[in-house]
Ligand binder design. Structure first.
Ligand code: GAL
Length: 335
């Protein structure tokens, strides 16, 4: 499997066509020391056999849809229940496990860029509508990894694409990311219900909860707080509601590592961001440099529409209709 590399004078990013998986992001610290800041594996063989969500493009609907139950304009569709009783990241054969067509594309704003394309047929994983998807991976002079998603459909469908890298700014395998500080422009979050296994439908203020990242706070402090929502899943696996959402691309959060001084800003035009601290990692699998992948090995920051939006009318719209264009921008800027 071919490895494609995006390069500017500071940063190198490797990805493959399977799932568009970003397998390596090599970034300097303030002293110029380079580290690979995404969780993953040393060899392509391990990547192909390992956790297929690492750095991948998830879809057609990233995150969960309760019981895989979808209804569009009164018509019901039963999606795969590949995550206990729920549908997760597009089903058993989600976009993360597809071979995307990759081609270099020349765009003025990027030092280097590639276009990844995929056709998802009508009925793919039981979703209605033939979907043409394009994802641009672009790297700017000023160290922004820009991900631009676009899609069009032949029939009304739902769509929610995201990128699933786990970031450890001290270098993956070089200790936990739990001491990273997170700041989010999110005054509200969507709590999860144990029964549903995902967002309950409530939108709750982060004030006086461990989910208050309106000022920078260590992930460890939040994850060690005795709080029903944290205890339920052993960390953070929650969607945050971006303040002042208006579909424009804006800064939504910053992850920083006090040890290396590396910092990453996240920009998006999406209404939500899922923060996942990797609660299911238990050290049983080895990652880069043969280091076991433990809880909090990296932090996923997945820009998105809210989980289970198709079943909550007051959540942002996830329906895409013929003639409309889905456009999603996610920028990871390394500072
Ligand atoms: C995340 C999700 C987690 C887990 C992970 C994949 O996006 O929030 O609950 O399923 O994907 O392992």
């Amino acid at each position: 499997m071919q490895v494609y590399t995006l390069k500017n004078k500071n940063i190198e990013i490797d990805f493959i066509e399977r799932g568009g998986q970003i397998i390596s992001v090599r970034v300097p610290d303030v002293k110029g020391n380079i580290a690979d800041v995404v969780v993953g594996y040393d060899t392509i063989e391990e990547v192909l056999a390992g956790d297929a969500y690492f750095g991948a493009i998830c879809g057609r609907y990233a995150n969960r849809i309760v019981k895989g139950a979808l209804e569009i304009d009164g018509e019901k569709f039963q999606l795969d229940c590949n995550n206990e009783t729920n549908h997760l990241h597009g089903g058993f054969d989600g976009f993360n496990s597809r071979n995307w067509k990759v081609a270099p594309i020349s765009l003025d704003q990027f030092v280097q860029s590639y276009q990844l394309s995929l056709t998802s047929e009508d009925g793919d994983q039981n979703y209605p509508g033939k979907l043409e998807v394009s994802v641009i991976y672009g790297l700017t002079e000023d160290n922004q990894l820009v991900i631009e998603y676009a899609a069009e459909t032949s029939k009304p469908t739902v769509i929610n694409l995201t990128s699933h890298a786990y970031f450890n700014l001290n270098g993956t395998g070089n200790g936990s990311a739990a001491n990273h500080e997170l700041q989010l422009n999110a005054s509200n979050y969507t709590p999860i219900s144990e029964e549903l296994g995902t967002a309950s439908g409530e939108i709750v203020s982060v004030h006086n909860t461990p989910f208050d990242f309106t000022n920078p706070k260590s992930i460890k402090i939040a994850c060690n707080t005795d709080h029903e929502q944290i205890n339920m899943i052993g960390g953070i696996d929650h969607n945050f509601v971006i303040d002042d959402f208006d579909s424009s691309v804006k800064l939504v959060g910053t992850l920083s590592d006090p040890e290396s001084g590396r910092k990453m800003e996240v920009y998006t035009n999406q209404p939500g961001i899922q923060i996942y601290t990797g609660a299911h990692f238990d050290g049983s699998e080895k990652g880069k440099n043969d280091v076991p992948i433990e809880k909090c090995a990296g932090i996923a920051m997945e820009t998105q529409i809210f989980p289970n939006s198709p079943n909550h009318e007051h959540f942002p719209n996830a329906i895409l209709r013929p003639g409309e264009k889905y456009t999603h921008v996610c920028i990871y800027k390394f500072c």
